[in-house]
Unconditional design. Sequence first.
Length: 141
Amino acid sequence: MSMKSGALYLIAILSALLVMPGFAEQPAPADTVRAAIDADGKQRIQILGGSYFFMPKHIIVKVNVPVALSITRESGIVPHTFVMKIPESGIMLDESLSTEARTVEFTPTAVGKYRFYCRNKLPFFQSHEEKGMKGIFEVVP
């Protein structure tokens, strides 16, 4: 087999693998999550933070229903935080993220869209928020 035909053979195999169902395309995690109300009456949400991302990026909860927000970060050496302020509801979160989940509970009492973000920033560099570590916490009727 010549080098040219060997390269063409390799390209054909790789092309076939890429079109196989489930090989090249992995389902993307949902960017938007609407909290369901559990049997105990709480809305439970899990947020994962990591290399300049939060997942999910958009969270929707109901007003006047307790929220149990579990926050964690992927492993790594870069520290991250989770900041969310809803002054109308008296909610002021500023948590350092850990690889061990931390759960905070609160009840949003004001409808609206509120941002959450990582406040970390090294001098002379973009903040983690500017790099994409941010999201929307939406409280609906």
